[in-house]
Design a protein around this ligand. Structure first.
Ligand SMILES: *Cc1c(COP(=O)(O)O)cnc(C)c1O
Length: 398
């Protein structure tokens, strides 16, 4: 059994704060400052350029990639970290299209996170070769998989509602129709059990600053099925993907048969130092325990909010097996209400037009946090505190 009081003790969360936003940016692991200090003093300062060899920096894309891979069910050697998720989406979709060169349809859904859709739009413009992006309602994705479709690019867990796609059904139908699937696991990785290897997905991408707690701007990851490793096209063909980066050849030859071909260029090694200790916490966690605890806490939260907060309606999925690990509520004055919650140190976030979103992250959230959040929300709504002027101003980031 996972000991969640132990994992909680591994985070440094400000006193009195109830942090329900680990789905967007995880809090700081206690080990992070020391890890950064160690990196600065014992690696960068002392080794400087030698560190690429002596401290293993050059292959951290893979060593950390394997550790992330383990948490999403990917076999060793099929995942690398680096770059940002938007870039990894571009890279995976582009590689997917190259695998199905005779088709021109990319299928996603209109609930997908905008950057995923924007990156595909940019890719289509760049290719300028008659590509079409279809974005039906999420519920219609499965039925929209036809033999016209080259690549299906979907996010497993909806960033607003928490609704989960049926990965197995989508992958099976896609493969039957000769299409390639790119899964965005931004809201799945570290939130729920995922088995990319068992489901034989073609590509999976995600980030490490949400549930994996790697810190703002922590690297993204990309997984490619082993069976594709020889043929997958690294369209962002940087020198880190080259067969022999230090041969400094003038022509690009991708690293044969290895995930290195999805690397691009020099990654942020400072950021890897933090990710490494953030991932240590996961050595103590069983994903099934995590999901069970998340469901318990989410159900409690939903039930209490619905019973006590007038005008606030649950915006998510009732069946706990069909959702991720965040819960969302609609409230007409959602933005101001969230600001009032944050002023009381209950931290969630807001997604337009009216959704208040809360990440349920058992690694550092327990029942007491849920009760505090509900008590606070109930008081804000009863007293109409959200009406105060100071809660109306919008920040650059919501
Ligand atoms: C968080 C998130 C992103 C963010 O992309 P970045 O490049 O890291 O800014 C992209 N897609 C999805 C589905 C997300 O949830």
């Amino acid at each position: 059994m996972t000991d969640f009081s132990k994992t909680r003790s591994m985070f440094d969360i400000p006193d009195g704060m109830t942090y329900l936003n680990g789905n967007s940016l995880g809090p700081m692991p206690k080990a992070a400052p020391e890890a950064m200090d160690r990196f600065l003093k014992d690696e960068w300062r002392t080794e400087i350029i030698k560190g690429w060899n002596t401290k293993g920096w050059f292959m951290q894309t893979n060593t950390l990639g394997d550790r992330v891979g383990k948490l999403i069910g990917a076999p060793a050697g099929t995942t690398v970290v680096g770059d940002t998720l938007s870039i990894k989406v571009f890279q995976a979709v582009s590689a997917g299209l190259a695998l199905v060169p005779d088709r021109r349809v990319i299928l996603s859904d209109n609930g997908n996170f905008p950057t995923d859709l924007y990156m595909v739009e940019g890719l289509m413009k760049l290719k300028d070769d008659g590509y079409e992006l279809r974005i039906p309602d999420p519920e219609m994705v499965l039925d929209s998989i036809t033999e016209e479709v080259a690549v299906i690019m979907v996010t497993e867990v909806d960033y607003r509602t928490g609704r989960k796609h049926d990965m197995k059904a989508i992958i099976e139908k896609a493969h039957k129709c000769g299409a390639v699937v790119v899964w965005d696991l931004a809201h799945s990785a570290g939130a729920i059990p995922v088995d990319v290897g068992g489901l034989d997905t073609d590509f999976a991408v995600g980030c490490t600053y949400k549930y994996f707690n790697g810190g703002p701007g922590a690297p993204a990851f990309i997984h490619v099925a082993q069976r594709l490793m020889d043929v997958v096209e690294p369209s962002l063909s940087g020198w880190y993907a080259h067969e022999a980066p230090f041969a400094f050849d003038t022509d690009f030859r991708p690293m044969p048969g290895a995930i290195e071909r999805m690397r691009i260029g020099t990654p942020s090694i400072a950021s890897f130092a933090i990710l490494e200790v953030a991932l240590d916490i996961w050595d103590h966690v069983d994903m099934n325990d995590l999901q069970e605890r998340s469901i318990e806490l989410s159900n409690l939260f939903i039930k209490e909010v619905e019973a006590r907060c007038e005008g606030v309606t649950y915006a998510g999925i009732r069946d706990p097996q069909a959702r991720g690990s965040h819960v969302s509520f609609r409230f007409e004055h959602g933005y101001a209400c969230m600001q009032a919650l944050i002023a009381e140190k209950v931290i969630g976030d807001f997604r337009a037009p009216n959704v208040m979103r809360f990440g349920i992250t058992p690694l550092f959230i327990g029942e007491a946090d849920i009760h505090k959040a509900v008590d606070t929300m109930e008081a804000i709504i009863k007293n109409e505190t959200w009406r105060e002027d100071r809660f109306q101003a919008r920040g650059l980031v919501t």
